[in-house]
Design a protein around this ligand. Structure first.
Ligand code: ADP
Ligand code: GN1
Ligand code: MG
Length: 367
């Protein structure tokens, strides 16, 4: 299967306008959604087969990405930055399309590779995490005047946690793989915290949290860190840039980056939410947003972290119950292991709740 996909990747490359015959694409990165390849030719490129099960309208995804990156490029140029490194650049096909549709109906797209930069699956140095917070805050700030009504909703209800809860409940009821009995404890964990799914959506509906243009998938490996300066140079994985909540972007980054272990760690004693990292990220994110968050958004930052961790764990469990059809897995029960780390994190955040609120309070008064 892997080789066949590589053959298809090779075929796809021929449809992009590269001046030199490229080498065979090689699998790249550790994303859970698209199939990513590195292509070496006249320069280095990232080739991706877009996940057609998840993105029903791939051309709308590309339209969003081209809109957002063009907008960012102009701002970067005006600020005297390097538009080829500080945002992504889409490579068009020979017939000037933003993606190539192959004979199976799959869409392939290509970007210039961000060179001399690295993405991390886990925090290696504290400074990196702080820099990623600055960069994600800045990303949101730069898009604050983007015309939100021109964006397509690439995954409807992506962070509608309440709707996700209903999908989870259906998966439990249907139990298509007969796995529900084995995960009763996990199912109860999510059911006992049902109200967690309603808090942020409720505040938004009441107009107490504003809709903004957000990234919606702010995990640490969706940012390229400059190898030389250590700065968060480029926010990538723009498939889910849509109107959303700032606290979701903050929270998803905490869920992944402030965890003391990997997302699929089997030894749960290694998993907790590191308060020192939480504080660093809070400082960096608030600074990157440059004062644009309302008082209510700031107050809800800990809730953003808890809700995103709750939601993501519930999505992993739903996928496990449905037979692992959404998130890529590399071993049996990997989605269940991922779900369990998220449960451990939620419980840990609940235990550290006052400390989290206190940290946000302290960071609010920083310059
Ligand atoms: P997924 O949606 O599957 O997570 P991503 O778009 O995040 O896919 O890409 C997967 C990985 O590929 C990233 O974590 C990053 O390491 C690498 N990557 C993606 N785009 C680029 C790029 N333009 N330059 C350098 N690396 C990239
Ligand atoms: C997916 O695409 P990737 O691997 O960066 C997922 C996120 C989850 C994350 C969990 C489009 O992110 O929502 O939080 O996995 N992206 C999509 O690791 O569903
Ligand atoms: Mg990614």
């Amino acid at each position: 299967m892997e080789n066949k996909l590589q053959e298809r990747a090779k075929e796809a490359v021929r449809h992009f306008s590269l001046s030199q015959e490229p080498c065979t694409p090689c699998p790249w990165g550790s994303g859970h959604i698209n199939d990513t390849f590195l292509v070496e030719g006249d320069s280095r490129y990232i080739l991706q087969r877009m996940n057609g099960n998840i993105f029903a309208k791939p051309l709308e995804v590309m339209e969003n990405i081209i809109g957002v990156t063009s907008f960012l490029k102009e701002k970067i140029r005006k600020a005297g930055g390097d538009e080829m490194r500080e945002t992504m650049t889409v490579v068009y096909t020979r017939d000037r399309q933003p993606a190539y549709r192959d004979e199976y109906g799959d869409y392939w797209r290509m970007y210039y590779m961000i060179e001399d930069a690295v993405s991390y699956d886990q925090v290696e140095t504290e400074q990196d995490f702080y820099e990623s917070a600055l960069a994600f805050g800045n990303f949101q700030q730069l898009l604050s005047d983007y015309p939100a009504d021109t964006l397509h909703e690439t995954i409807p209800g992506f962070h509608d946690t309440k709707a996700r809860y209903e999908i989870f409940q259906n998966a439990v009821r249907q139990d298509v793989c007969g796995r529900a009995r084995e995960v009763e404890k996990e199912i109860s964990f999510y059911q006992e915290r049902k109200e967690t799914a309603e808090i942020l959506g409720g505040l938004m509906a009441e107009g107490r949290l504003p809709l903004r243009v957000t990234h919606n998938d702010t995990k640490l490996n969706n940012i390229m860190m400059d190898k030389r300066t250590g700065k968060g140079i480029c926010v990538i994985d723009l498939d889910t840039v849509m109107p959303g909540l700032a606290v979701h972007d903050f929270g998803d980054a905490i869920r992944f980056g402030a965890s003391t272990g990997a997302e699929d760690e089997v030894d749960l004693s290694k998993i907790s939410c590191d308060m020192h990292l939480f504080k660093l990220y809070t400082k960096g994110f608030l600074k990157g947003c440059r004062g644009s968050l309302t008082k209510m958004e700031q107050k809800m930052l800990p809730m953003g972290a808890k809700v995103m961790t709750y939601e993501c764990g519930m999505r992993f469990l739903t996928d496990y119950l449905q037979g692992d059809t959404y998130f890529k897995i590399h071993r049996e029960r990997q989605n269940l292991d991922r779900c369990r780390t998220q449960m451990k994190l939620v419980a840990d955040m609940e235990a550290k709740w006052q400390e989290m609120e206190q940290i946000v309070h302290e960071c609010q008064s920083l310059p």
